[in-house]
Write a protein that binds this ligand. Structure first.
Ligand code: PHE
Length: 500
């Protein structure tokens, strides 16, 4: 009975699951971080390193996360509790981290919605004007959150799966259309491709490898509860290993294609308008919201249409990612407090929105060159991003791997996977060693080097950096304490608790 009920609320097909998980994975990390990191870190070399990281570290971690959720058919706290009662706090961290991320990712999501709706009215000098108009940023953040909220409220089957089945193919078609258009622009295209992909072996260093690993983790939505939660909504009929393979392929493909659109477009613009590319900002938020709109709008009418396609695509990518992390907190609140999905999701959206408001105002100040509203020398968005991305996410992924590799154990894990039809064949021993030793060791390295870089950026001690690290680990300790005080002994619920 219980099983039937939980299945009713979960994904109905393997494809639904794959598209939803790909929706989580494909986000701003693919569309803007991957291309500029590739260009900065040696082009094709970085791409190869990245693919190796996805294959050997990312995919295995993803299998572990989906596996932990699937075998428990429950939220992350109950899932880790199932392994050992004293491990449930790992689940609490896997719920807290994505909830913090919702608060700032939604602000960027608001920007994407704004730029999509605005593409016909001219975005070119829009970034600063928009960023400094607090009410507008807050409004668009609210619109973006409402979009995600509507989907999450409709449930896993009726909302997340359904939306992913429409939105993910749409995203892919839009992306391919933009790439084809850009590659046909002629002048500048070859230079753009060269800038993006020509291998530069001199850039190959330890820190490049580290950058590739970090990017792979972020891009695959690991260490943020999403895969554990989506995994909990799958049954034995869904093959974890094959699904993971597909999710990784889609995620990498979209990241690669995105660069094929961005750099040729930028170099075309610089050739036509006689602008030196070295004067253009090709990093992160500026690349996306300042340079690219300028580039598209210089192309004229078709440029505006492509700009519209492009930002709708980015907005879709962002919304399907936020859906997955909103679901993490929703699932837990529904199951722990036995309340309806609608109320739980609305409460989470309201709470995260309350934090998103100061985040958006602080980002506005930053983009306008003011240093108002900073925490330890950073705007709120960068602060929350650093606390989660650099410190807590690798830690969370590491703890998940350790749980699987050491507490459940590779033998048991492989046997359970095999019983569900997931066989690694001859690779079994290799996968076992990876799960137990290699992957945890590499993630630990990412964590340690990330923290060192925060405290000693460019080799010099930074008090602010130390502050950020202390706050992140402080939060970590607080969450562990909260688990043992409030959650260890009580019921924390399972998927079967949700009234479908
Ligand atoms: N994989 C996502 C990306 O590439 C990371 C993410 C997932 C961020 C979910 C926020 C929410 O953008």
């Amino acid at each position: 009975m219980k099983n039937q009920k939980s299945k009713k609320g979960g994904f109905t097909s393997g494809l639904g699951f794959i598209l939803a998980a790909a929706g989580s994975a494909i986000g701003l990390g693919n569309l803007w971080a991957f291309p500029y990191k590739t260009a900065k870190n040696g082009g094709a070399i970085f791409v190869l390193l990245y693919i190796a990281c996805v294959l050997f570290i990312g995919a295995i971690t993803m299998i572990c996360e989906i596996f932990v959720g699937r075998r428990a058919q429950a939220n992350p706290i109950s899932a880790f509790k199932k392994v050992h009662k004293n491990l449930g706090w790992v689940g609490l961290i896997a719920i807290a981290v994505p909830t913090i991320i919702v608060c700032y990712y939604s602000v960027l999501g608001g920007y994407t919605v704004k730029f999509a709706t605005n593409s016909f009215f001219g975005n070119a000098d829009g970034l600063q004007a928009f960023a400094s108009s607090s009410w507008q940023v807050i409004l668009f953040t609210a619109i973006f959150m409402l979009l995600a909220l509507t989907v999450v409220m409709a449930g896993v089957k009726g909302g997340i799966e359904k939306a992913s089945k429409v939105l993910m193919p749409a995203l892919f078609i839009l992306l391919v259309a933009v790439v084809i258009f850009v590659l046909c622009l002629g002048e500048g295209v070859a230079e753009g491709l060269a800038y993006y992909l020509i291998p530069d072996f001199s850039k190959l260093s330890f820190s490049t490898i580290l950058a590739a690993m970090g990017q792979a983790f972020y891009s695959l939505s690991l260490g943020m509860g999403a895969m554990i939660v989506y995994g909990s909504y799958t049954g034995k009929e869904i093959n974890i290993v094959k699904s993971t393979g597909m999710i990784c392929v889609f995620d990498t493909l979209v990241a690669l294609l995105s660069g094929l659109a961005i750099f040729p477009a930028v170099f075309h613009f610089s050739a036509i308008a006689g602008v030196d590319t070295s004067t253009l900002n090709l990093n992160g938020i500026m690349l996306m919201f300042e340079t690219l709109p300028k580039v598209f709008e210089s192309i004229g009418f078709f440029g505006n249409i492509i700009e519209f396609f492009f930002f709708v695509m980015v907005a879709i990518a962002a919304v399907t990612s936020v859906i997955s992390i909103m679901e993490v907190a929703s699932q837990f609140v529904i199951q722990k407090f036995k309340i309806s999905r609608k109320i739980a999701t609305a409460a989470i959206a309201l709470t995260t929105f309350a934090v998103a408001v100061p985040v958006s105002i602080s980002l506005g100040h930053l983009l306008n060159g003011s240093s108002q509203m900073t925490i330890l020398g950073m705007d709120w968005l960068s602060f929350l991003d650093t606390v989660t991305n650099t410190v807590l996410m690798p830690l969370c992924a590491l703890l998940s791997c350790i749980t699987v590799g050491w507490f459940i154990g590779p033998k048991q894990t492989l046997a359970e996977l095999k019983a569900d039809g997931n066989s690694f064949g001859k690779l079994e021993t290799f996968v076992g060693v990876m799960i137990k030793f290699v992957v945890p060791a590499l993630i630990l390295l990412i964590e340690i080097l990330g923290v060192i870089d925060l405290i000693f950026p460019q080799g010099a001690f930074s008090l602010n950096g130390l502050g950020v690290v202390l706050i992140a680990y402080g939060l970590f300790a607080l969450l562990i304490g909260a688990y043992f005080l409030f959650l260890r002994n009580g019921e924390t619920g399972t998927n079967a608790d949700e009234i479908a």
